[in-house]
Design a protein around this ligand. Sequence first.
Ligand code: MN
Length: 467
Amino acid sequence: MKKIKKIHSGIFRDGGAGAYAKRRYRDRRSKLMERENSLIVITGVPYGPGGKTVWAYAHSPTYQEPTIMYLTGINQNNVILLLDPKSKVSTEILFVGRKDRIMEFWEGVRFGVGDKASLQEVRSVTGIKDVRDIGEFKDLLRERFVKNKKKSVATFWYEGIRKGRKTSITTDHNYDFKKKLAGWLREWKAPEGALKNIMANHFSLRLPLDKYDIKNARKAQEITGDGFRSLLKNFSNFNNECQIQGYLEGKMRMNSPYGLSYPSIVASGANATILHYMKNDDPISKNEMILIDFGVRWMTMHADITRTFPVSGKFNPMQKLLYEIVLNGQREVEKVARAGITIDELNNVCWTVVNDGLKKKFSAVGGKYKLRYKDRPHGVSHLMGEQEHDGDPFRNYATQPMKAGWMISNEPGLYGDFKIRLNGKTYDETIGIRIEDNLVMTQSSCMNLSSIIPKSIKEIEKLMADN
Ligand SMILES: [Mn+2]
């Protein structure tokens, strides 16, 4: 069994930067202050893992608001960060709860005010010297805003354009915090528009990954790939989707203390045409294809991989044909992906290649098909990083030229009913094929972090033949 080192007390994520972590978090905060040049306040997740869901919900070991995680590395609920770029007293203040021994009896170590040792740890790992009781937050913010005659307070919430209209995500803790701030600003007679959003500036800093992020992202790919190879080698042992999920997730979790990127999709046969299939409890049958969408985290970086393969271990001629069409779409996207190109442009490349492939390589040899959508089933790419789906959730970024260091998915798919007669045999199946890799943009091209995870017909058949 591989050794996994103890790397933090459980509260703090050093992001793999080790001794450089403190400087890295401090630089990130300085750059945000430079760009925003305003009083900034950001909330962490106010409740513990599973706090807003039922008791039985699977807890994620890394559950912090990614904005706070990116700026501090703190993985403890109920913290607020205040940044005051022009202050002569303190430019950075972290608000946390009081040390709570009873809560620690239930949940393990937590830092808090009223305990010198734990505050010392916060200071040494985040580089924030001023740590105060979260109960003092409102008064201190009022003092900094009203007394110092500030014009604005900036915070983070998800905002974007959907169907031509400005829209916000209103259901999360960020929006709750934003509403609370708006109420206080009214109370303090602040002018209209005093509340600003740091989202654009924050993402412009956070989305281009640095060398530590890329190293962590590669590690997530390695663990995910090991799990997949192991699954294929043992595939003849499984007869239900839930066994595949259990085995694969177990293998991945054994090698990462940071948890899964998301609960896996394990969809056999027609189930694979449901894009977010979650039931994962159907028996599998040997004539079908199976689609699995899976991945693990390393530190705060995510892998988001999809592979599709035949349950029998051998592609039939129609499955082979369709699989190659999707793979070709993916290859063409990878060829053109680089800084300066937009995700919309990648979509054009991808769906043109896939739809043309269907006509020229499938219809032209007598194939008939009925797709579950008109021109494209979903986007070929989304941003990745601190979250599996990162960046603005309205995906307004799809029209912007990509930057070097952006990590994106490359996930063409094909979903529908397909029928063809080949070599004297008729094939008639409902099939969902998606092949997903993760790419990091460079100035001139891109790095495919997932190239180590088997996907060619030859590699897959070989691994499954080892059963
Ligand atoms: Mn994806």
